[in-house]
Design a protein around this ligand. Structure first.
Ligand code: OSB
Ligand code: MG
Length: 369
């Protein structure tokens, strides 16, 4: 393929309910889609981060510059544009995994469409549908939380994840356990809100039989997570701290995590995500696919990844309706607690023209035209 045109489409889509985590509250999915046009096919992707660098160091406006000034000129200079050549060309630019993932995914979508292969097939998916978990934000009251969890369980979600922070941890977990029972698959995500000094406090979570505690301590501090894991029965799962397969191998070797959250965006794309999965799976460490409140454009390829053999825990791959009254693609609908793995070529979906038009704030040509 040869790169002809790249368009950036900034979109803003209201969330059905505000999503509060230990680092902030989101009310809108405010990001951009990337539309890559080559001489043989077109591809789409979604940038996973937010306008502010609160979850990770990348952010919407910064990623546009990285793409425009560093990644796209290198992609355009390739005699042959495909993901095999794109990855080494992007490697010269340090960091910026989420921006790289956006470009690689759009190119991969085009590439796979050009030969009619679904992403799930390309990655080696072994499932046609994947169980759906749901991530539940921090609420004003325990009563609000219990109502939300009850609603999600009523819809069929098979696993609940509670966002926690100091002051909102033992009580909500206890309340959910008391109300919905010991059998409910339940886990928590602190998004780096604690320190090792909280180890004794976090150990009190052990009595609730959680599947895992996600990213309790500072990002990239594998040593501290390993120290914490020694003191907890609850498996530590890393999210923010794992940027590639090498980090993942180190974390597993150090016993800094016993479960792996793989987010393709956070590790630079689906090719590296597959390697993260492989290294964890080879060590017998369970993997699950995380989420970033994606629209259908980001959700579709995540479902393909969630169908890999090592993804043995339900992911944060919820239905479109958990996030949006109206999605930008055909909505993903929960059936019997599962979502279908897309089976059309590439990522398997594209924006619906009407929805795209209504949600678009700005479009710019980043390359060509
Ligand atoms: O830490 O897993 C996280 C959403 C945005 C950014 C980070 C995280 C999350 C979630 C929700 O927990 C996952 C989802 O439903 O997409
Ligand atoms: Mg997380």
């Amino acid at each position: 393929m040869k790169l002809e045109r790249v368009e950036i489409v900034h979109v803003a889509i209201p969330l059905v309910t505000p999503f509060r985590t230990s680092y902030g509250t989101m009310t809108t999915k405010d990001t951009f889609l990337l539309h890559v046009v080559t001489d043989t096919a077109e591809g789409w992707s979604e940038f996973a981060a937010d306008p502010e660098p609160l979850y990770c160091s990348e952010f919407v406006a910064g990623a546009e510059i990285v793409l425009r000034d560093f990644l796209l000129p290198r992609a355009a200079a390739l005699p042959v544009l495909d993901t095999a050549h794109l990855a080494p060309a992007m490697e010269k630019t340090k960091g910026h995994e989420l921006a790289k993932a956006a470009l690689e995914t759009a190119v991969l979508d085009a590439e796979l469409r050009s030969y009619g292969m679904p992403l799930a097939t390309y990655l080696g998916a072994v499932r046609e549908r994947v169980p759906a978990g749901v991530s539940v934000g921090i609420k004003e009251t325990i009563g609000d939380l219990l109502d939300d969890v009850e609603g999600y369980l009523g819809q069929g979600y098979v696993r609940i994840k509670l966002k926690i922070e100091p002051g909102w941890d033992l009580e909500p977990v206890r309340a959910v356990r008391e109300r919905f029972g010991a059998e409910l698959p339940l886990q928590v995500d602190a998004n780096t809100a604690y320190t090792l000094a909280d180890a004794e406090h976090l150990r009190r979570l052990d009595e609730f039989g959680l599947l895992l505690i996600e990213e309790p301590l500072a990002e990239n501090n594998l040593y501290a997570h390993a120290r914490l894991q020694q003191r907890l029965a609850t498996p530590v799962c890393l999210d923010e701290s794992l940027h590639n397969a090498r980090d993942t191998a180190s974390a597993i070797a150090m016993d800094a995590c016993r479960v792996v959250n793989v987010k393709p965006a956070r590790v630079g794309g689906y090719l590296e995500a597959r390697r993260v999965h492989d290294v964890a799976h080879a060590h017998g460490v369970p993997v699950w696919c995380g989420g970033m409140l994606e629209t259908g454009i980001g959700r579709a390829p995540n479902l393909a990844l969630a169908a890999l053999p090592g993804c043995t825990l339900p992911g944060d791959t919820s239905a479109s309706s958990r996030y949006f009254a109206e999605d930008i693609t055909e909505p993903f609908v929960l059936v019997d607690g599962h979502l279908p793995v897309p089976r059309s070529p590439g990522i398997g979906v594209a924006p619906l023209p009407g929805a795209l038009r209504r949600f678009t704030k700005e479009r710019r040509e980043l390359y060509g035209a």
